[in-house]
Design a protein around this ligand. Sequence first.
Ligand code: TRP
Length: 332
Amino acid sequence: MDEKKVMLSGIQPSGDLHLGNYLGAIKNWAARAEEFECYYFMADMHTITVRQNPADLRRRTLEQLAQYIACGLDPEKNTLFIQSHVPAHAELGWVLNCYTMFGELSRMTQFKDKSAKHKDNINGGLFTYPALMAADILLYQPDFVPVGEDQKQHCELTRDVAQRFNHIYGDVFKIPEPYIPKAGARVMGLTTPDTKMSKSIPEGCVFLMEKPEDIQRKFKRAITDSDTERCVRFDPANKPGVANLMNIYSAVTGKTMEEIEAEFDGQGYGKFKPAVGDAVIECLRPIREEATRILQDKAYLESVYKAGAEKASYVANKTLRKVYKKIGFVAR
Ligand code: TRP
């Protein structure tokens, strides 16, 4: 009997993973599987609320799956799947649409933001997306849903919808708790040390799949500071660029700030920046090589997402059957 608590998270395959994603979050996910029964899925159905290039979406979905595995998410220990491969998501999504209020959906800040940004494509899916997300979650009866700040409101809504449903039909859904993950390193942009590393500022963003020479070039161009002392000292308020590089170096080498200060004592930034670059390159090398290998091994990747979808479907369909019965659909 497996008595582990269940955890589930969806990942939008909408961009390339970067060092901030890795050191800030993904790096810690491998260890979760020891404590929790974990489900992760590529939320391809969610991405089409915004227009996608079909070839890119297909490629990104597989690339991201390969990258997560390479980052340590072991498919033997986690259930990894693609959302659209488990039809129960769409099926329960429809049902929950009918138990989610127009007013509730209207209050979602992500809808307001996205509809302001894509004025030419304010489609129904963008509006009802939280009902699909509620279905994603409730199908697996998870105890926890790890959430970032931007998804808190959707998780709240999921709880409200689940409670509303349970109130009418009895205990069908477990009410999930948000799970605030242990914070990893907070990685800032290499050219913008006051804002988080983001793919929207590519000069300051190190992607997991980037070539070593490109990574090194970005570190050499990283912003440090303009003071005259030019020494490697941890002072986030006055030297945010240096502090960010030290944070990164510390995260990839395990060294403390004191050790780093001692290592580069009296050497200026000319030695420090490429040393951080080299350490990051070595940290990412096995991930990049493994992700590349997995992507080339189509049969392996397929076996992972097929097995994942099968396992996920089994659990999801159990919940779906219960729901269909409760609401009065005739059993197949
Ligand atoms: N909405 C999430 C995001 O934009 C992705 C997501 C979809 C998700 N379904 C989910 C996250 C279920 C957690 C649980 O990042």
